[in-house]
Design a protein around this ligand. Structure first.
Ligand code: AMP
Ligand code: ZN
Length: 449
């Protein structure tokens, strides 16, 4: 029987039971990076959160398709490529590769698709043309705009009234638009930046259109199960995606809207523009991908979390502790010729899944891991350990680590290790401390003790 899953839906502003829209299939789209420089660690918080959600839902038996885009058309990309004397494509490709290196260090599952905005121009043009035909978009003096007033639901996601938004905007009234809240769908331009000669004019798409079109087209659906990103995307990005979807498809684009809390540096949002970024690639030089995952899992995904090196160092230590237990435990079984997989410990497995089913309560899920590692280490300390229980603990931990996305492989014992371990154990049993003292550092260095 499947666990009842509850997720916090920002659109409704409450926890709701998650049930896929169609059978067993779950479609997830989360907004990916704008690829104009190396991304910071905060950009990977949504990545890790939605990777965990994918793994958890698959563990629950769902058929999950997870998609994230690359924003490779954006004014920041144009500015940067002019500065570096590269084409936008060259520049974005370079940073996409750098991002993908981090994805593999973090053991992120392959995505169903990783669309680039530049590959969906025709679809965007069709989408914008339809919005214009239906009276939701208009050509201003310069660009093509979306008419926010044409959608009565506008503001639902970010819980803002159109009137309040309007009064906030009044000071910067832009005479080129009919309404200050209207946003650009297509920038009509002949500047030096990347542009496309299309039926709606020469120019390039606005960011809000890129994502709604890719989400629709990749899944071939007007409404998907889950759409997400960081908290900063709630308004205006996701509000504007919803507005376009409501206008054309009469749906809110996603059944669940999920937003991930900020990674902070000294209490302030980590952000490229604020100059307080800690680059993910640098963090991953100093810490393992497992440690970075653990660092995020220790807090709830919606809560803000402060970046500190001390915390990440502590996570590295915890991960080493997990790995050492797996190593010792698996080798103990190997020496006893009991490598056959154990069975899942039902109570712990259920407790773990039930923590995750409560809006991905990773901190509670980790308490199950810690309990098992503690029990396992206590077992290993005994001479006459119950090795069947050890088998079950290891089988259960392997499964939980798979869901958490930790990669903790244990190499089988080499002939030499096996001989040394046996000699060490024999020496200890016979109180031959000279031999055991000689072998100990050798074995410890290999993590066998
Ligand atoms: P961007 O390249 O700025 O569009 O960001 C890519 C993704 O990272 C989006 O989902 C953002 O919401 C998310 N993001 C950006 N900064 C942070 C941060 N400090 N903490 C968590 N997520 C962030
Ligand atoms: Zn987006």
């Amino acid at each position: 029987m499947k666990t009842t899953i509850r997720l916090y839906d920002t659109y409704e502003g409450k926890m709701r039971e998650f049930v896929p829209l169609s059978g067993n299939e779950v479609d997830i789209y989360y907004c990916g990076p704008t690829v104009y420089n190396y991304v910071h660690l905060g950009n990977f918080r949504p990545t890790i959160t939605f990777d965990l959600l994918t793994r958890f839902l698959r563990e629950e038996g769902y058929d999950v398709k997870c998609v994230s885009n690359y924003t490779d058309i954006d004014d920041k990309i144009i500015r940067e490529s002019l500065k570096e004397g590269k084409t936008e494509k060259e520049l974005s490709q370079f940073y996409i590769e750098a991002y993908e290196d981090c994805l593999s260090s973090l053991n992120v599952l392959p995505l169903y698709r990783h669309p680039k905005a530049s590959e969906y121009i025709d679809n965007m043009v069709d989408f914008i043309s339809s919005l214009m035909e239906e009276g939701h978009a208009y050509k201003g003096k310069d660009d093509i705009y979306f008419s926010v007033r044409s959608v009565p639901e506008y503001g639902h996601l970010s819980k803002q009234k159109i009137e309040d938004l309007e009064s906030g905007k009044r000071i910067e009234v832009d005479s080129l638009k009919k309404d200050p809240l209207d946003f650009v769908l297509w920038k009509l331009t002949d500047d030096e930046g990347i542009k496309f000669d299309t039926s709606i004019g020469k120019g390039r798409p606005g960011w809000h259109t890129e994502c709604v079109v890719m989400a629709n087209d990749v899944f071939k659906k007007k409404m998907i199960d889950i759409h997400g990103g960081g908290f900063d995307l709630k308004f205006p990005h996701h509000e504007n995606e919803i507005a376009q979807s409501e206008a054309l498809n009469h749906t809110r684009l996603a059944n669940f809207w999920m937003h991930v809390g900020f990674l902070l540096t000294d209490g302030v949002k980590m952000s490229k523009s604020l100059g307080n970024s800690i680059l993910a690639k640098d963090v991953l030089q100093r810490h393992s991908g497992n440690a970075v995952r653990l660092f995020f899992y220790q807090s709830h995904y919606r809560a803000p979390v402060n970046y500190t090196e001390e915390n990440l160092n502590a996570c590295d230590k915890t991960i080493s502790r997990y790995h050492l237990f797996l190593t010792k435990g698996k080798h103990r079984l190997e020496l006893a010729n009991m490598e056959k997989a154990g069975k899942l410990i039902e109570e712990d497995y259920v407790a773990f899944l039930s923590a995750l089913s409560n809006d991905l309560n990773t901190a509670n899920a980790l308490t199950v891991v810690d309990r098992l590692v503690k029990e396992g280490n206590a077992l290993l300390a005994k001479k006459d350990a119950d090795l069947t229980r050890l088998q079950d603990i290891l089988a259960t931990l392997d499964r939980l680590f798979l869901v958490l996305g930790f990669s903790l492989p244990v190499a089988p014992l080499s002939e030499e290790d096996r001989k040394n371990l046996e000699a060490y154990n024999k020496a200890r049993a016979e109180k031959d401390y000279a031999t055991s003292d000689r072998l100990r550092p050798l074995l410890m260095e290999k993590g066998l003790l």
